[in-house]
Design a protein around this ligand. Structure first.
Ligand SMILES: NC(=O)c1ccc[n+]([C@@H]2O[C@H](COP(=O)([O-])OP(=O)(O)OC[C@H]3O[C@@H](n4cnc5c(N)ncnc54)[C@H](O)[C@@H]3O)[C@@H](O)[C@H]2O)c1
Length: 368
């Protein structure tokens, strides 16, 4: 098979070095051809144990002409830790990694972040590529150049590192557990809500749990989600200015995710965080009440959670938010909406500090 034989879409992820994104159902068959064009001494596939078990052999088959070694670690958010990072550094060094080696990040957003950070920091940066296997990673995290680990709170230690390329094969999504598949769609809903009216209407007309199980419809959703995210990144590839709007819902989401300790997925926390930010936007008089439910309607339709879990107290959330990586001064900062598709812009940018008393009042309103 050659690269022209499958339905393939190639996008450029703008900014910095060129970084093509190949999208196609079955596109993994072409990975070997793309890898063989690179010069390297060793090839490492970094993945988690679940993805390695389910899809490791098919990836190996695609890479058959290029000698490679697998490095696996336990799946789940707990692996985005400094301790796991240290273990991985030692393991790849033992296996002879050099500045001329390439790392393939093969898995969901956790693998992408961990392997991306490993590649971005080993020897001050070696080449890597993304082969994302979850909806979330295919449509969101693998398109970002941000790589990160958690330490006390989410994504505290990190770097920017651009992949050589990203290979998005929607066939992988057919084995993704429903809960993660649905969670991944939370970021697509968010990206539509903050920036893309046409995509929002498409979701409003088509989004259902059933469409996520139809390979053609799912492929279409992945494609549209990618285009929406890349449009934002094209205008701000370093994610320092306009692309901060991608953090909508994330200040609370990251605190909940940290405190829920694995009980909630990233997307579930983003869902709760978006409902919260809509309420906060209304309480600040920015967002009209009749637009408050624009996200909630779609999130509810695919069964995503909307309320802050009763077991997590507001005091603990506030304490955790103090470590939020958007914070500049004393107050916790939020991305807010003035209207659907129109994030609130302040003289200091898209993040706005909000008085703690109001944040607490909003938390009360967002509980059961
Ligand atoms: N800019 C960014 O870098 C960015 C953006 C959004 C999210 N993220 C990060 O992404 C992470 C969440 O990623 P995620 O939702 O992909 O979760 P994940 O990586 O934890 O994967 C979810 C689960 O699905 C399994 N899995 C992965 N692919 C599979 C497949 N094809 N078939 C069967 N099982 C499969 C994994 O082993 C894991 O158990 C969070 O840490 C979040 O912070 C980063």
């Amino acid at each position: 098979m050659s690269i022209t034989d499958v339905r393939l879409e190639v996008f450029q992820n703008a900014g910095g070095a060129p970084s093509p994104v190949y999208l196609g159902r079955g596109v993994t068959d072409l990975l070997g051809e793309v890898i063989r064009k690179q010069e390297f001494d060793r090839l490492f596939v970094v993945t988690d144990e679940v993805v390695g078990r389910i899809h490791g052999s098919s990836l190996s088959a695609a890479l058959q002409e290029s000698k490679h070694q697998f490095i696996e670690f336990p799946d789940g958010e707990a692996s985005k830790s400094l301790a796991n990072f240290e273990k991985l550094v030692k393991r790849v060094l033992d296996k002879g990694i050099t500045k001329r080696s390439i790392i393939l990040a093969f898995g969901g957003g956790v693998v992408g972040n961990v392997a991306g950070f490993l590649a971005g920091t080993l020897f001050r940066g070696i080449r890597f590529a993304h082969i994302p296997t979850t909806f979330q990673a295919q449509t969101d995290s693998a398109l970002s150049r941000k790589q990160a680990l958690n330490c006390q709170a989410k994504n505290i230690v990190g770097c920017f590192h651009t992949p050589l390329f990203t290979f998005i094969d929607t066939a992988f999504l057919e084995t993704e557990p429903d809960r993660y598949l649905i969670s991944g769609v939370a970021e697509s809903i968010k990206n539509a809500l903050i920036s893309d009216e046409a995509f929002y209407h498409y979701l409003d007309e088509n989004l259902s749990e059933k469409m996520l199980h139809d390979p053609k419809e799912l492929h279409e959703l992945v494609l549209r989600s990618i285009l929406t995210k890349l449009a934002i990144l094209e205008r701000d590839p370093s994610e320092q200015n306009e692309a901060l709007i991608l953090e909508y819902g994330h200040t609370l989401a990251h605190a909940i995710e940290t405190l829920a300790d694995g009980a909630l997925t990233h997307g579930e926390c983003v869902s709760i965080g978006m409902v919260f930010d809509a309420r906060l936007s209304c309480m600040l008089g920015l967002l009209a009440e009749d637009q408050e439910d624009d996200a909630r309607r779609l999130l509810e339709r695919i069964g995503l959670p909307l309320k802050i879990p009763a077991a997590i107290t507001s005091d603990r959330l506030i304490q955790t938010m103090r470590f939020d990586n958007k914070r500049r001064g004393h107050e916790v900062e939020f991305v807010l909406l003035e209207a659907t598709y129109r994030p609130h812009f302040t003289p200091t940018g898209y993040c706005r500090p909000v008085d703690e008393a109001l944040v607490l009042e909003c938390m009360d309103a967002c509980r059961a």
